[in-house]
Design a protein around this ligand. Structure first.
Ligand code: ZN
Length: 448
């Protein structure tokens, strides 16, 4: 067993964490509890990713009974969401949309805001229509590593059919929104035995008549996918063995100390503040130094939800500490960032559409840098964003390793990735962030 296979060992089965309480929880209370459980396991729901809903009946402001959909607000995190993070919408008004031939994103957002039961609610999730059009009372939409690995491999569909049979339906990749939601609802109308939808290169949708049933189904489908991957990939490790020797802690620190100012300087070429986060976790070191990591990483991001934080792909530089030192590392980082930025500017120009044109290009440098033998460095406009990127990249490592073990990792095309990265609804999530502080992205030295 190599060092890489010792660290990256497939996708563990999720644990069922459901706790029975003495009293019955209300619909919204149970929805919050279930959401927090799903978000607590990042292999099920990444930071800010996935969304949950429940349906029920409540009296509106004039005392009329209304069928209501509670759905996660856009950009909130399942792990920490409270009841205030959910939007309550008039379900019958949303269902009327299903009869329309076409609804563009702006019209959908405007329509959903008008379905609000009360003013000043959070803006409902991008995937609200999916939750409305599936009739079940409780719905989970998650981005589990095991489901994404399965649906992003060339044998995924065959493995899914073997594993789930009629219990799951498959949807080829589509960007979320009105058409995708209606498409899922139409497929389910013709597949009454289905208990889940597998969204290619994206995630999972499950449902139940109670919160607990919906949660258990998520755990069940993800566990079965993890088992199927383990069986199909038995004896194979997606990323191969280590390509270069791993640096000891002291050497790694000296190399980083000497070269990170060059990386930060290169990233500052077109932005006025950037913070770096060094990831020396065993997974990051194993991935960056593996035989296949440098090319598998270039295939693309494993989930559309990562793109505004990780971009379509990382920068993977060549470095071997047995023959090179800090000067070579700094030089490779500078040259790597310049080449990456040139690619990114071309990517932006090539893929720009009328929809994305209002959004200026993000700083062109990489958000994730793989350094063989040392680990991964992520960047962001402030420390929180650099850390979010680091955490999301751990999902990429797990998915890419598992998918490669069962025949190969596939991602969105460049155009599909761009259509998410510069999608007005994703840009809205960025706009929600707190305004930049005076020192955001800068380094302060405090002397005694
Ligand atoms: Zn999603």
């Amino acid at each position: 067993m190599t060092e890489v296979t010792g660290v990256l060992h497939g996708i563990p089965m999720p644990e069922n964490q459901w706790v029975h309480t003495k009293r019955d929880l209300g619909v919204l209370e149970a929805l919050v509890a279930r959401s927090n459980l799903l978000g607590a396991d990042r292999s099920l729901a990444n930071q800010g990713g996935g969304n949950t809903s429940a349906k029920g009946v409540v009296a509106d402001h004039v005392g009329r009974e209304q069928r209501v959909l509670w759905v996660k607000g856009s950009g909130t995190d399942l792990a920490s969401i409270t009841d205030k993070g959910f939007a309550a919408l008039r379900l019958d008004e949303i269902l009327a949309l299903r009869e329309r031939d076409a609804v563009d994103d702006a019209a959908m957002v405007d329509y959903l805001l008008r379905c609000a039961l009360a003013p000043n609610q959070p803006r409902p999730s991008i995937e609200t229509l999916l939750h409305a059009f599936i009739p079940a009372a409780h719905i989970d939409h998650t981005h589990p590593d095991a489901i994404i690995a399965l649906t992003s491999s060339p044998r995924g569909r065959e493995l899914a059919e073997e594993t789930f049979g009629e219990e799951a339906v498959w949807l080829d990749y589509e960007r979320p929104g009105f058409e995708m939601s209606r498409h899922v609802a139409d497929i389910l109308d013709g597949n009454q035995d289905a208990r889940a939808v597998l969204l290619e290169k994206h995630g999972l949708v499950t449902w139940g008549e109670t919160s607990e049933e919906s949660y258990r189904r998520t755990i069940d489908f993800v566990s079965r996918a993890a088992n199927a991957i383990q069986a199909a990939g038995a004896g194979r490790f997606g990323l191969g063995g280590p390509k270069v020797a791993e640096c000891g802690e002291q050497d790694a620190q000296l190399l980083l100390l000497g070269s990170l100012p060059a990386l930060r300087g290169a990233l500052l070429a077109d932005t006025d503040g950037v913070i770096l986060e060094v990831d020396r976790s065993p997974e990051a070191v194993a991935f960056a130094g593996s035989v296949n990591g440098s090319h598998v990483s270039q295939v693309g991001a494993p989930c559309p939800d990562h793109l505004i934080n990780t971009k379509h792909k990382p920068l993977a530089i060549d470095f071997d500490s047995s023959t090179e030192g800090v000067v070579e590392l700094a030089g490779s980082l500078r040259a790597g960032v310049a080449a990456y930025a040139e690619w990114y500017r071309g990517y932006y120009e090539r893929n720009l559409t009328d929809e994305s044109r209002p959004f200026p290009m993000d700083p062109a440098g990489p958000r994730v840098v793989l350094i063989p033998g040392i680990g991964i460095v992520t960047s962001g406009g402030d420390a929180a964003r650099a850390r979010t990127t680091r955490d999301l990249y751990h999902r990429a490592i797990a998915v890419e390793d598992a998918a490669e073990a069962i025949g190969g990792f596939g991602s969105l095309t460049e155009a599909e990735a761009f259509a998410i990265e510069y999608w007005p609804l994703e840009r809205y999530k960025l706009a929600q962030a707190a305004p930049k502080g005076e020192l955001a992205g800068r380094i302060a030295v405090v002397t005694g």
